[in-house]
Design a protein around this ligand. Structure first.
Ligand code: NAD
Length: 351
């Protein structure tokens, strides 16, 4: 075994059906007296529910989170937190809402309590993103890592099936890349493998019944582990590709991760044999790339970049952007090989 550094991130996790009932106690434990509750406009009812549970410890709600955390929304949210004298932020929702909480914490150091309702995993990472004039900047800062996370599968029962599936593959992508990341280590690998196992067991249960609580719990547990390993390791080519496609072509986040994943895995297959064995064991498949692709097909996930707004003529420019500032990757990258990967993802070919 090679030497390694494992960075345990601080944070408290409360997991289980009905875990949201523990919210008042958890807010009290944080020492907070006036919490500002964030959500998207679509999840306003959740923000109101959270605020009602807090009673006088609620400072108010800000149900204006949107995709990609535009700086102007972040500024308004910060002003609202100031105006209300908030001493804590509760982010109830998916990665966009948690991202808004992080934008507030980055400048104010207010503690975040996150209540995730998708499988994106942002609640487990010190990574933040902010978009100004169409350009998304990301960074890492411990101040944005939530202090407490409440995972309640009951809150995910109404996450539409199609979103559950793409969000689930988004989470699997974090776990897969953590297995061959530069900073991978045996502890991270164990959690990543278990995350993949839980998600690939849970998602087919949701396909049969999106309100299956066992399936919902498995997926949320898998999402937690996948977010955790995303937060503690660097990522590789897959995440770089998705970052470029999302940032420059505005392709939808979870769908892009889903479509690119089997091709990134096929690209790295021979260069990361131990990682691939873990994926195969977790999914019960003979080949990691084909196993992921076949599960996507079974769950009717999107398969091709051409179907989510990408143009074939733009693939070359995407590769150039990837090659300008490449991430670490187990298999070296060159323009033509990465173009081949994107071409396969564009047409949705089985790896
Ligand atoms: P999202 O937060 O944008 O949510 C998409 C939509 O689904 C929203 O309208 C939301 O209100 C709705 N929704 C969420 N949960 C629901 C539920 N349970 N029931 C019904 N509707 C629900 O999507 P996302 O995929 O969770 O997050 C994507 C964003 O998160 C991207 O901007 C991405 O960059 C970011 N992200 C950041 C990190 C990080 O570590 N910083 C990690 C992963 C993702």
């Amino acid at each position: 075994m090679n030497g390694f550094v494992f960075e345990a991130l601080p944070g408290r996790v409360v997991f289980g059906s009905g875990a949201l009932d523990q919210l008042p106690r958890e807010v009290e434990q944080l020492g907070a007296r006036r919490a500002l509750v964030l959500s998207t406009p679509q999840q306003r009812a959740l923000a109101e529910n959270v605020a009602a549970r807090l009673g006088e410890r609620s400072a108010g709600i800000f149900p204006e989170a949107v995709m990609h955390v535009p700086v102007e929304v972040a500024r308004r949210a910060r002003d609202e937190a100031d105006r209300l004298g908030a001493d804590c932020v509760i982010a109830a929702g998916g990665g966009s809402t948690i991202g808004l909480g992080k934008a507030i914490a980055l400048h104010s150091s207010l503690p975040i309590l996150a209540v995730p309702t998708t499988y994106a995993g942002s609640e487990m990472t010190p990574i933040y993103g902010l978009t100004e004039a169409g350009i998304k900047q990301t960074g890492r800062d411990r101040r944005v890592l939530p202090k407490t996370v409440i995972y309640d599968p009951l809150l995910t029962l109404d996450l539409p099936l199609a979103m559950s599936v793409t969000s689930g593959f988004n989470a699997i992508a974090h776990a897969v890349e953590a297995l061959y990341a530069e900073q991978t280590n045996p502890v991270t690998a164990m959690m990543a493998e278990e995350g993949i196992r839980a998600l690939s067991r849970g998602m087919p249960l949701l396909a049969r019944d999106p309100r299956d609580l066992d399936g919902r719990s498995a997926c949320l547990y898998g999402a937690w582990l996948s977010g955790l390993v995303l937060g503690t390791t660097g990522m590789a080519l897959h995440h770089k590709l998705c970052h470029v496609l999302g940032g420059s072509w505005n392709l939808p986040h979870a769908e892009t991760h889903t479509i690119v994943l089997p091709h990134a895995v096929a690209y790295n297959y021979a260069a990361a044999p131990e990682a691939m064995k873990r994926v195969e064991r977790a999914m019960g498949t003979q080949n990691a790339a084909r196993g992921i692709f076949d599960l996507m097909q079974e769950l009717q996930a999107p398969l091709a970049l051409k179907d989510i707004g990408m143009k074939h003529d733009d693939l070359g420019r995407a590769v150039s952007l990837v090659m300008q500032a490449p991430y670490y990757n187990p298999r070296p990258t060159d323009h033509d090989s990465v173009l081949g990967l994107l071409d396969d993802a564009f047409f949705g070919r089985r790896p």
